[in-house]
Design a protein around this ligand. Structure first.
Ligand code: C2O
Length: 554
C-alpha cells in the first residue's frame, strides 16, 4: 500500500475528533501530489492560529521543515561557522516503498569479505567524488552529512513556526535515522549500480565487534576519517560506558563485561515502549530535553559517538558532535547497529509492548533526497518493519541476551547501608557534583513490581554529561555496571535545544528504571520499606541538576 494512503487512513481513523484540518488533509491526500499538511494548517490561519483555537486539545505530528528556511546550525550555544543546509527543490513527492524482492542483508563490518569491502569503498569513493564534481548534488558525501547536521543542530524550524526542529531525544530518533540510512544505502547502491548493496553494521554489542572495525582504520581507504580519537584505533576495546577516557580503561575483559551488562539493561529492562523508543514529541513543542531519549539513545549510542570523536577537536568532531557526525563513514555503520537494536528489541519476547500506536508518532514526517535526487516526504509509521523496507540484518550471536547479572547470595539490610544516605527532602533539587545516596520509599513493604523515576533532569546543553544509578549498593562509590545493583545510565552529547526563548535548556525530562528483576538480583528483603539509591556522576556532574527521585508502581 502506498505510504501516502496509509497515512491518510490512519488520520481518518484516529481516535481524536476529526477536525476540519484532518478532513481537509484527507481530501487533499487522496488527491495526492505532495501537498504539505502544514500548508493546510497555515491556510487555516497559521500554526499559531490553529494552536490558539485548539490549544492542547489535540496534538499534531511533527511535519517536515521548510527546507528553504534552513539557517545556521548551532552547537552548545555557539553558532557554527558552517553551512549545512541541503539544496532545496520545489517538487516534493510522497515516497512509496518499492515492492520488496530479495532482502538486502546488512553484514557485520568486522568480517566483511574482501570483495564486499571493495564494493563499499568504491561506492564511498564515488560519493566523495560528487563533492568535487557537483557540490550541490544531494547524494554527495558532504551533502549526506549535512542532512544530519541540519536536522540535529537546529538549522531547521518546524514549518510555519520559529521553533527549532530536532530529531534526537524523542520517539523520532529511531524512525528518522532508519530513513536516513535507508536513503544513504540506496544512494551508495545506485552509485555502483548494485541494488543488493547493504550497509555493514558495526557489531559493537558483540565482543567480536567491540572495536572500531578495521575497514575504517585504513588510511588509504575512503572509509578513513582523520577526526577520531587516536587512542581508540583498533584493537582498542570500545567502552559503552565511556566517560571522558581519563584514565583509559586497561582491563579489556572487564570492559567486555561492562559492555554486555550495559546492553542487557538497555534492551531487557524496559517497561514501556517510550522507555526504549524515546518519549513523545509533537508539533509546536520545544526541542525535547535529552532525558526524553530512550535507553539506547542515551546510553550505548551516545558512548560510541563520544568514544570515536577526537577529544582534541573543539567539539570532539567528527562523531563526538551531531553536526559533524555524518562526516565520518563509521557513523553510518554505528547507526546501522543502533537501528539493528530497534529490530532486535521488537523481536524480543519480553512482556513490554513494542509498538507505539499514537498517530502523532506514526504520522510524523520528514524530507530526504532519494537515490534519484528527488526530494521525498516520508512517514515514521512506514519504517516499523525493516523487512518491508527491503533489508534485514545478518543473524549473529547476541550474547547480551543472557547477561543478566548474577544474583547476590547475601541479603542486604537497608539499615546497614543507609548510614550516609539522606532523605529526598534533604537532597533535591540536587546538583550532581558528587555521589549522592538517597533513601527512597517503596510503594509498599515488599512490593516487587516497581519502577524508579529520576525526575526533572536538567543537563547543561554545553557539556557531555553522564551519570549512573545503583540500588542498594553497599559501596559508597560503585564502579562496575555488571553487578546486580546497577539500574542504568543517563548520557548525552553537548546539544542546545534552540534559540533564545525556544530552548529545551531549561526543559527537563524524567527517566525510568525498571526494578522488578533488579530486586530479585539484589535479593531484596521482602519487608523493606525503603531502598538506597546511589547516583554516581561520571562526566560533568556539576552540570546536572536532578529534581527528585521516586518509586512508583509499575
Ligand atoms: Cu543523529 Cu547518533 O546521531
Amino acid at each position: 500500500m502506498a505510504s501516502l494512503q496509509s497515512s491518510c487512513m490512519v488520520l481518518s481513523t484516529n481516535h481524536k475528533p476529526p477536525s476540519a484540518t484532518a478532513r481537509r488533509f484527507h481530501v487533499s491526500c487522496s488527491g495526492g501530489g505532495g501537498v504539505d499538511r502544514r500548508d493546510l494548517l497555515l491556510g487555516l490561519g497559521g500554526l499559531y492560529g490553529a494552536k490558539a483555537a485548539n490549544l492542547n486539545a489535540r496534538a499534531e505530528p511533527i511535519q517536515p521543515p521548510d527546507m528553504k528556511a534552513c539557517g545556521v546550525p548551532d552547537v552548545g550555544g555557539v553558532s557554527l561557522d558552517v553551512n549545512c543546509c541541503p539544496p532545496t527543490l520545489d517538487a516534493i513527492k510522497n515516497y512509496v516503498l518499492p515492492p520488496v524482492g530479495k532482502l538486502r542483508v546488512r553484514p557485520p563490518a568486522h568480517k566483511l569479505p574482501h570483495e564486499y569491502l571493495a564494493k563499499y569503498e568504491e561506492a564511498i569513493r564515488r560519493m566523495r567524488a560528487l563533492d568535487e564534481t557537483d557540490p550541490d548534488d544531494p547524494r554527495g558525501f558532504t551533502q549526506q552529512a549535512n542532512v544530519h547536521c541540519a536536522y540535529c543542530n537546529n538549522a531547521y524550524d518546524q514549518a510555519g513556526t520559529d521553533i527549532p526542529l530536532s530529531i534526537h531525544f524523542s520517539w523520532l530518533f529511531f524512525p528518522w535515522h532508519r530513513w536516513y540510512l535507508y536513503f544513504y544505502e540506496r544512494i551508495l547502491g545506485s552509485l555502483i549500480q548494485d541494488p543488493t548493496f547493504a550497509l555493514p553494521f558495526w557489531n559493537w554489542d558483540n565482543p567480536r565487534g567491540m572495536h572500531l572495525p578495521s575497514i575504517f582504520d585504513n588510511e588509504n581507504s575512503p572509509l578513513y576519517d582523520t577526526n577520531r580519537n587516536p587512542l581508540h584505533r583498533p584493537p582498542a576495546v570500545v567502552d559503552l560506558q565511556f566517560t571522558n577516557g581519563k584514565p583509559e580503561p586497561t582491563d579489556d575483559e572487564r570492559l567486555v563485561r561492562s559492555n554486555l551488562a550495559t546492553m542487557y539493561k538497555e534492551m531487557m529492562r524496559v517497561r514501556k515502549p517510550e522507555d526504549f523508543m524515546g518519549q513523545s514529541y509533537v508539533a509546536g513543542e520545544e526541542v525535547p530535553p535529552p532525558a526524553k531519549a530512550g535507553t539506547v539513545e542515551r546510553g550505548s549510542h551516545t558512548s560510541i559517538h563520544r568514544w570515536v570523536g577526537d577529544p582534541n577537536n573543539p567539539y570532539h568532531e567528527d562523531l563526538g558532535n551531531f553536526y559533524s557526525a555524518g562526516r565520518d563513514p563509521a557513523f553510518y555503520s554505528h547507526h546501522s547497529n543502533v537501528d539493528r537494536m530497534w529490530t532486535l528489541w521488537r523481536g524480543l519476547k519480553t512482556k513490554v509492548p513494542k509498538a507505539i500506536n499514537d498517530p502523532d508518532y506514526l504520522n510524523a514526517a520528514f524530507l530526504f533526497y532519494d537515490e534519484n535526487k528527488e526530494l521525498v516526504r516520508v512517514r515514521a509509521g512506514d519504517v516499523l518493519d525493516n523487512k518491508k523496507m527491503g533489508y534485514e540484518y545478518k543473524d549473529v550471536d547476541v550474547p547480551w541476551l543472557y547477561f543478566r547479572p548474577p544474583r547476590r547470595a547475601a541479603r542486604v539490610k537497608v539499615k546497614d547501608i543507609s548510614k550516609n544516605a539522606q532523605r529526598p527532602e534533604k537532597v533535591f533539587p540536587l546538583t550532581l557534583s558528587r555521589i549522592a545516596r538517597v533513601l527512597v520509599s517503596k510503594t509498599a513493604p515488599g512490593a516487587a513490581d516497581e519502577d524508579l523515576l529520576v525526575e526533572h533532569i536538567h543537563a547543561s546543553p554545553d557539556e557531555f554529561v553522564k551519570f549512573d544509578v545503583y540500588v542498594n549498593s553497599e559501596e559508597d562509590d560503585p564502579k562496575d555496571v555488571d553487578q546486580a545493583e546497577y539500574a542504568g545510565t543517563f548520557a548525552k552529547l553537548p546539544h542546545r535545544g534552540g534559540r533564545g526563548h525556544h530552548s529545551h535548556d531549561k526543559g527537563k525530562g524524567s527517566i525510568r528504571f525498571s526494578l522488578q528483576e533488579l530486586y530479585e538480583d539484589i535479593n531484596i528483603d521482602g519487608d523493606d520499606e525503603e531502598v538506597v539509591v546511589t547516583i554516581v556522576p561520571r562526566a560533568n556532574g556539576r552540570h546536572v541538576i536532578i529534581g527528585g527521585i521516586k518509586i512508583v508502581k509499575a
